[in-house]
Design a protein around this ligand. Structure first.
Ligand SMILES: *[C@@H]1O[C@H](CO)[C@@H](O)[C@H](O)[C@H]1NC(C)=O
Ligand SMILES: *[C@@H]1O[C@H](CO)[C@@H](O)[C@H](O)[C@H]1NC(C)=O
Ligand SMILES: *[C@@H]1O[C@H](CO)[C@@H](O)[C@H](O)[C@H]1NC(C)=O
Ligand SMILES: *[C@@H]1O[C@H](CO)[C@@H](O)[C@H](O)[C@H]1NC(C)=O
Ligand SMILES: *[C@@H]1O[C@H](CO)[C@@H](O)[C@H](O)[C@H]1NC(C)=O
Ligand SMILES: *[C@@H]1O[C@H](CO)[C@@H](O)[C@H](O)[C@H]1NC(C)=O
Length: 382
């Protein structure tokens, strides 16, 4: 299989990466926990499946495509403030307008490979509602990490751009540097619009970077990205069949630490911690005794042990989030990244989840199923 080397790499990287979401667990994890708890409440949101949200029309309605001429050059980053010497790859950052009427624009950071960038695949990374720049790029798989001074960067030796050209997309609007001039967009957001905006982003981005139009393309992500990734893949495959615009050369997807089944996700997280010596035996025993993940009967003692488990892990690197936040709020960094002048935070608006609440396996599989039948590669990692 042609894609095998990338996937082996992705697999290795995910194993490595698995140590890092922890630093982001505070924010991203808190948001996810809110969602999980809201569905365990007495009046849980009504769950509609992804397929029920599907595009009713088989007719293609063309997406907005802006004039991208000159934008690639304008987005080129000369150098990020405080970056180490000897950076041997191209970096770009900027906005792609996905809805000119609403004034909605998505922010991306794109890094090419130091070697073979003209043949390496193109990968889109989605963190799932919190920032793909702050977490994905700066704490997980991007080329740089932020030093404790919050001002300088060092190279990440496990960077994915060694083997792929990687786009980090802050999605949906309201997350990180992505924004909308129509503030109600922040409350009406849901999975379907997130997928459609991301699709519009890609069609426009490929006009801006036309050399990537026919490149092998992969989507990868984590956390609530476990929804966004297959939903975007599904959107692309549906549109590819009927579009008279760009056909996106989607080859595969990968999801890690994906929130697609509350019950087993919870169990998986804490099993992982314990088997990687990040949780004590005592905590593990408490969780095993008090939490019934299969039925979802999580008692108050159970929540206590889960909290204890999270705390033990948070000691791992409590400050990375702060280094990143202070770096991304430096005026010279925002200028270098071509962002609007704003206060960046990793999870600016929390309601990025679909309020219809697809988080049980069957409704998520409805999104993944057609994708599998299209004979593209699917990699699920835990
Ligand atoms: C697109 O933008 C470029 C640069 O701003 C401009 O020269 C060109 O005329 C525009 N093309 C169209 C079709 O508007
Ligand atoms: C949002 O509004 C600002 C200020 O009017 C404008 O400069 C910007 O282009 C708008 N953004 C989009 C995506 O239309
Ligand atoms: C693409 O299809 C749409 C809808 O059928 C049509 O309005 C549009 O003119 C077509 N564009 C091209 C370039 O053929
Ligand atoms: C997960 O737990 C809930 C109770 O919170 C239960 O209703 C549901 O059937 C469980 N799902 C699965 C797939 O076991
Ligand atoms: C949940 O577990 C607790 C403790 O084991 C038990 O007392 C309670 O009856 C269980 N609740 C349900 C709905 O099964
Ligand atoms: C950004 O906006 C703030 C508040 O309006 C202002 O104080 C600051 O000077 C602006 N920074 C830049 C680089 O424009």
């Amino acid at each position: 299989m042609k894609a095998a080397p990338l996937f082996i790499c992705l697999l290795l990287c995910f194993q490595q990466l698995a140590f890092f979401p922890i630093a982001s667990a505070a924010n991203q994890g808190d948001n996810l926990n809110k969602l999980i708890k809201s569905r365990k409440s007495e009046n849980p949101p009504n769950a509609e499946t992804w397929v029920a949200l599907e595009f009713a029309s088989k007719e293609y309605s063309p997406v907005y495509v802006g004039n991208q001429s000159g934008s690639m050059d304008a987005d080129k980053i000369d150098a990020l403030p405080g970056q180490p010497k000897g950076v041997d790859f191209n970096q770009y950052a900027g906005y792609v307008t996905v809805d000119p009427a609403a004034g909605r624009a998505l922010f991306y950071y794109f890094v090419e490979s130091p070697k073979n960038s003209d043949t390496n695949p193109l990968v889109l990374w989605l963190n799932g509602g919190c920032s793909s720049l702050g977490y994905g790029a700066m704490e997980e798989l991007g080329p740089f990490r932020v030093n404790s001074d919050g001002k300088t960067l060092f190279r990440n030796e496990y960077a994915w751009n060694d083997v792929a050209n990687v786009i980090f997309l802050e999605s949906p609007a309201g997350v990180g540097f992505s924004y909308s001039n129509t503030s109600s967009d922040y409350t009406t957001v849901g999975d379907k619009r997130t997928a459609e905006d991301s699709y519009t982003f890609l069609v426009n981005w490929l006009e801006r970077f036309p050399q990537y139009k026919s490149r092998d393309f992969y989507i990868a992500g984590e956390s609530y990205g476990g929804h966004y990734v297959p939903q975007l893949a599904y959107t692309i495959l549906s549109k590819n069949k009927i579009t008279n615009q760009t056909v996106i050369n989607l080859k595969g997807i990968a999801i890690g630490n994906a929130l697609i089944d509350d019950n087993t996700s919870n169990q998986g997280i804490y099993d992982y911690y314990w088997t990687h010596a990040l949780n004590s035996d005592e905590t593990h025993a408490g969780i095993t005794k008090n939490c019934d993940f299969v039925t979802g009967n999580l008692t108050s003692q159970c929540f206590e042990y889960l909290g204890q488990g999270d705390e033990e892990v948070n000691d791992f690197d409590p400050c990375s989030d702060n280094y990143v936040a202070s770096y991304l709020n430096l005026p010279e960094v925002q200028k270098a990244l071509h962002t609007i002048n704003t206060t960046w935070s990793a999870c600016r608006y929390i309601f990025f989840f679909d309020t219809r609440g697809c988080c049980q396996a069957p409704s998520c599989q409805a999104g993944v199923g057609p994708f599998i039948s299209a004979r593209t590669a699917l990699l699920v990692l835990r």
